[in-house]
Design a protein around this ligand. Structure first.
Ligand code: NIG
Ligand code: FE
Length: 411
């Protein structure tokens, strides 16, 4: 039996017992912490924690690895519930085009953007995609991520979508980061279906979905519900078929416009609706009465210079909120959850406590991993961050751009 003891912890953060749902409203701002603490792990599970003065309870010191965390904080590892981490090439040329005045949407209309990534992915082997994605997983681990959702969506043909999902399946086998897979065939219309959009929706429903379900390649179904992409009606059709095939919805919606997609997501019991940079009062009212989690992606707003999700409005209306990176080559070339914490506080006026809960326990729920991950709870998987020496917990979000993570432990 492998045993680990972390002792002299300056602050053990994110303790949560008897919890079974994402944190909402005032609860989101509560982050239980024990100062001068210890944490014990047995066989990869949290077995005990408490004040250092109560450590005498541990009697069996054989085969015990001990880490001294004096001056350091221990937190649950981040749970990044929205990413496009599998891709073929980065897109710096579009970044420069945007600096010179083109918008993200204009680049997309010209055949750049998602279609650009799809052309590049078609030419890359599965082996190469896995190798590159594994490097990205190591990188995000170094900034504290222990679980991530990864989408397809740069395939846009049956063959290439299946290739992406098989890559994600291999990553699940090869990486110690916990991974959930999402089918995002409805990310953009491929050029050959430009004038036959419903033909592509048919292909997605009648050809792609059955193959994905048969091979058990995805847990979730996603649609980019947005002007110039998929309408609310098309989203409705795709989600209905996805649910029938055993997948649960997690959708891209309200990034640039309000199109009624949030109600469609909620109608199909979406686990989460993501982006929400644009939000109407009706949308807030729909979410208020729903189980669906609202996920904001502040690094995308930062990189594209678009509005930030009005997350205070959502929190104050008792909507469960999570924060994720959206790591992808076009709108968010960063998988850094520490930066997400900083942006949430600086740009969206979340408190550091709210941001940590939204990137840990609520992120876990947005991947249906809330019973397993996202908090310091006896019996949960010991996916942990040990920080560098920090003057206070607030320093984590305050020191934007600094990597305060000394070590990410994944079980
Ligand atoms: O979440 N908005 C749609 N999809 C991604 C970006 C995809 C891309 O530009 O490659 C997003 O921002
Ligand atoms: Fe995205």
């Amino acid at each position: 039996m492998s045993k680990l003891l972390i002792k002299n912890i300056k602050g053990l953060v994110g303790i949560l017992e008897n919890n079974s749902a994402p944190l909402k409203g005032k609860e989101l701002g509560k982050l239980e912490t024990i100062e001068d603490a210890f944490l014990a792990v047995e066989d990869g599970r949290i077995s005990m924690y408490g004040k250092m003065q109560d450590l005498a309870g541990i009697t069996d010191w054989s085969d015990l690895e001990v880490i001294d965390a004096e001056g350091k904080y221990v937190l649950p590892a981040f749970c990044d519930s929205h990413s496009h981490l599998v891709f073929a090439k980065t897109r710096e040329e579009e970044f420069v085009d945007r600096i010179k005045g083109l918008s993200y949407e204009e680049i997309g209309k010209k055949g750049g953007g998602i279609l650009n990534s799809a052309r590049k992915l078609a030419d890359m082997s599965e082996v190469q995609l896995v190798e590159d994605a594994l490097k990205r997983l190591e990188l995000i681990k170094s900034t504290g991520t222990g679980a991530i959702e990864i989408k397809s969506g740069y395939g846009l043909s049956t063959e290439a979508e299946l290739k992406m999902l098989r890559v994600i399946k291999t990553l699940k086998e090869k990486s110690d980061v916990s991974i959930k897979a999402t089918f995002l065939g409805a990310h953009a219309f491929p050029t050959e279906y430009k004038d036959n959009q419903d033909g592509y929706v048919d292909l997605l429903i009648n050809e792609m979905l059955p193959k994905i379900a048969a091979e058990n390649l995805a847990e979730y179904i996603d649609v980019f519900c947005e002007r110039n992409y998929f309408t609310a009606e098309q989203t409705d059709r795709i989600l209905e078929a996805g649910v029938k095939a055993g997948l649960k919805p997690k959708i891209h919606v309200n990034q640039f416009s309000v199109m009624g997609g949030i109600s469609v997501g909620v109608k199909h019991n979406a686990v989460s609706v993501d982006h929400l940079e644009e939000l109407s009062d009706e949308d807030v009212a729909v979410l208020k009465n729903a189980k669906t989690i609202a996920t904001a992606l502040p690094s995308c707003s930062f990189f594209l210079s678009i509005p930030y999700t009005p997350i205070r409005k959502l929190i104050d209306n008792n909507v469960a909120c999570a924060l994720a990176t959206d790591y992808n080559p076009g709108s968010t070339p960063s998988g850094n959850m520490l930066f997400v914490n900083s942006l949430a506080c600086i740009k969206m006026k979340m408190t550091p406590e709210e941001a940590i809960n939204a990137t840990t326990i609520n992120g876990a729920y947005a991947m249906e991993l809330g019973d397993e991950l996202g908090s310091i709870t006896v019996g949960k998987k010991a996916n942990l961050i040990i920080t560098k020496t920090m003057p206070s917990l607030d320093y984590l979000a305050y020191s934007f751009g600094e990597n305060v993570v000394e070590r990410t432990i994944l079980s």
